[in-house]
Design a protein around this ligand. Structure first.
Ligand code: AMP
Ligand code: ZN
Length: 483
């Protein structure tokens, strides 16, 4: 479905204003979201960018057409935290095998988690270790262009060299921090090989046994990339090169993509550094035209941290009774997240989940009555999302559709927002036979068999309700579809 008449507006961190969105090419809208570092279960804070930018992806597909949006979310599978976890969890394996074991397992868990949260798979999910050559080529170009240098087997990027160039963006233009703040914020370790404290690592040497690749820029020792260069290389490989851009391209217009997103904590230094690398290597003014950042999630009023004891993984929330003494469906977490605007902080709590569950139940009760077939998403819902992803207003619009009894419009809207609206198929004759059989078991006092039948039906999504016939006092059983 394509409706290019819809005006989209997004808050752009780069300009600090809400702007009309104009894609570089409406035939191919390109977005990049910084993905997880795969060393441990993702927590419910990590779920926030995945969910809110899934809404962005779905909105863009709705407006520009399903096949006209490219969404890249990377997987960081080379990182010191991964190495440490591998050595701890698999002490008997060679480190590289242990690293593979950690990253494969964590990535599989992440994919399962975000699927349960109703998120579409991105168009591509590049893994950093598969783009080492692209990273090296970028690094070589940065050295050639005089903004990076080699020191003690490291390659470092020099923001001050960047700022001496005749054109191109200045370092700090995204985060707009004063130099002192940037120094404190970067928490850069004072290293002897740095010419300036602000310089950041593009490539570093690997110790014996650590993952390592032949180094760029004439360095003899084996090494590995820094974190920031990964995203510059993967966005180039996946969002520029397939469309005529890249290091060989001299047309700066081909070397910018539309939207780059992630959590607000990534603005500095990660996104500032991505911009520095990409713009200096490709000779562009902008790496991406629009930069979108989600606010942070805290739990019951406190920063979520292992030391606070309030650290909850997506897996724990969905599959264990750790939070509020019960399991929560993925779409309840999804709605709970969308009840707050993506740029606001979220205070996560059990009450919020309960509230989301109630709202979802009410909405589904109405949408379940919609006749078969496709329906249009009502414009009020699209308008809400088009205004910088105003999901609270969109959810309000859904509640209004439910009150008005617009089941078809509601069903289409729920589906656009990523909630499952597939009809639950039931075989009524089979259910009635099972209920009759169960009543026979009750009469024979074979409660184990009666319970078995109840549980089997429940597993099919059919909930039995036992009552008494007011006249005869006999057991009567009704059923309903459990959501
Ligand atoms: P990390 O694995 O820490 O690099 O984080 C992956 C993504 O989750 C990044 O986009 C972070 O900005 C985001 N993120 C991490 N913690 C939170 C949080 N508490 N609330 C919202 N987003 C978060
Ligand atoms: Zn990134």
């Amino acid at each position: 479905m394509s409706d290019s008449s819809t005006e989209l507006k997004f808050y752009n961190t780069l300009t600090r204003t809400k702007e009309n969105f104009a894609p570089i090419s409406p035939d191919n809208v390109r977005m990049y979201v910084c993905g997880p570092t795969v060393y441990d279960y993702a927590h419910i804070g990590n779920a926030r960018p995945v969910i809110v930018f899934d809404i962005l992806y779905r909105l863009l597909r709705q407006v520009y057409g399903e096949n006209h949006v490219t969404y890249v979310r990377n997987i960081t599978d080379v990182d010191d935290k991964i190495n440490a976890r591998a050595a701890r969890d698999y002490p008997d394996l060679p480190l590289n095998e242990a690293i593979r074991a950690v990253t494969e397992k964590t990535n599989a868990q992440f994919q399962a988690d975000v699927k349960a949260l109703g998120c579409l798979e991105p168009s591509s999910q590049p893994r950093a270790t598969e783009f080492i050559e692209e990273m090296k080529a970028l690094i070589e170009r940065l050295v050639q262009n005089g903004v990076a240098y080699v020191a003690e087997d490291h390659v470092l990027f020099s923001p001050s060299a960047m700022n001496k160039r005749a054109s191109g963006p200045h370092y700090g233009s995204l985060s707009r921090r004063p130099l002192d703040d940037m120094l404190a914020g970067a928490r850069v370790d004072i290293a002897t090989y740095k010419r300036d404290e602000m310089d950041f690592v593009l490539w570093k040497p690997s110790k014996e046994g650590e993952p390592g690749w032949p180094s760029p820029a004439g360095i003899a020792a084996k090494g590995r990339p820094g974190w920031h260069i990964e995203c510059s290389a993967m966005s180039m490989a996946k969002l520029l090169e397939p469309f005529g851009g890249g290091l060989q391209c001299t047309d700066p217009l081909r070397n910018t993509f539309d939207i780059h997103a992630g959590g607000i904590d990534l603005v500095f230094p990660h996104h500032e550094n991505e911009i520095a690398q990409s713009c200096c290597a490709l000779g562009t003014q902008r790496m991406a035209n629009v930069w979108m950042h989600n606010g942070f999630l805290q739990v019951e009023g406190k920063k979520m941290a292992k030391s606070e004891g309030n650290f909850v993984t997506i897996h724990e929330l969905l599959e264990t009774e750790r939070f509020g003494g019960r399991k929560w469906p993925g779409e309840v977490l999804r709605l709970a997240m969308l009840m707050t605007h993506y740029r606001e902080p979220i205070d996560f709590s059990q009450r919020r989940l309960e509230e989301a569950e109630n709202i979802l139940r009410k909405l589904k009760r109405v949408s379940d009555t919609a006749p078969e077939g496709e329906a249009e998403v009502p414009q009020v819902v699209i308008d809400a999302l088009s205004d910088d992803l105003a999901t609270p207003a969109a959810i309000q619009a859904l509640s209004n559709l439910a009150s008005e009894g617009n089941a078809s419009g509601l069903k289409a809207s729920l589906s656009l927002l990523g909630f499952d609206v597939s009809a639950v198929e039931v075989d009524e004759a089979l259910i009635n036979r099972a209920i009759a059989e169960r009543l026979t078991f009750f009469r024979e006092k074979d409660y184990a068999q009666a319970d078995r039948i109840r549980d089997e039906l429940l597993a099919m999504g059919v909930q039995l309700k036992d009552g008494k016939d007011p006249q005869t006092g006999e057991r009567v059983t009704s059923w309903e579809i459990k959501r």
